[in-house]
Design a protein around this ligand. Structure first.
Ligand code: CTP
Ligand code: MG
Length: 234
């Protein structure tokens, strides 16, 4: 079955605080979006890739056009762009409507997880190929996590049962399309697509994520990403 990848890159990057959309921020001299699109291309999983961008962003539009040209020359996926929305859910929905309709598996990926190893894309895609309707990459949680209410600890969940969730998240396209048509509209608190599946009672399978799939959220994360790129020497 054909795999499509949605790379959501329409966020404003408030917490990074550079005053420009996060996907446009440079890391090792290249935009976070370029790093993310490189990883998708290197994974070889996709026939189609849609980058979801902030409206009217000529820099990121040019990044996508360059990646599309390189993919065309190298028999890679068809790469296109679409305008994002005010929330991540709205941006994913925009990406979904821009994917070719014959795509049967959809991977949704954060551009902010710019250094995600290609192997993570392959693990997620393989699990969906294997029949799982929803698949997420996860890693163990290092810190003890507390449930806090009004400044006081209410409880401490058993850490061995906790996982931090990364992207790409993979779905049967039909399941993701119907979730976005229904549940998403009614639930503004939804932060990832797996939550939509959970709300519908669809089982969500986990596969191994990777520490390098961390999300560039704060200035510290960007410094870590710069160091990783310096170490790998590109
Ligand atoms: N995203 C998006 N459209 C939005 C909001 C977020 O496409 N309206 C994307 C971001 O570009 C990012 C991913 O979703 O790749 C994860 O979001 P996050 O890390 O929260 O990025 P921002 O929303 O840009 O950052 P912040 O929350 O700090 O403003
Ligand atoms: Mg955000």
């Amino acid at each position: 079955p054909a795999v499509g990848v949605i790379v959501v890159a329409a966020g404003s990057g408030q917490r990074l605080g550079h005053g420009i959309p996060k996907a446009r921020v440079l890391c090792g001299g290249r935009t976070l979006l370029e790093h993310a699109l490189d990883a998708v291309a290197a994974s070889g999983v996709a026939v189609a890739v849609v980058a979801v961008l902030p409206p009217d962003d000529p820099v990121l539009t040019a990044v996508v056009a360059r990646a599309a040209g390189a993919a065309r020359d190298g028999a890679g996926p068809v790469i296109s762009r679409v305008d994002g929305g005010a929330t991540r859910v709205a941006s994913v929905r925009a990406g979904l409507s821009a994917l070719p309709s014959d795509v049967e598996i959809v991977l949704v990926h954060d551009a902010a997880r710019a250094l995600t190893p290609p192997a993570v894309f392959r693990r997620v895609a393989e699990a969906v190929h294997g029949g799982a309707p929803a698949v997420i990459p996860v890693v163990a949680v290092a810190d003890t996590i507390k449930i806090v209410r009004s400044g006081t600890v209410e409880s401490t969940p058993d850490r061995s049962g906790l996982r931090a969730v990364q992207t790409p998240q993979g779905f049967a396209a039909s399941a993701l399309r119907s979730a976005h048509a229904g549940v998403a509209a009614a639930n503004p608190g939804i932060t990832d697509d797996a939550m939509l599946m959970e709300a519908l009672g669809v089982p969500v399978q986990v596969v191994d994520g990777d520490p390098l799939a961390f999300k560039v959220t704060t200035p510290l994360d960007l410094a870590v990403a710069e160091a990783v790129i310096a170490l790998r020497g590109d």
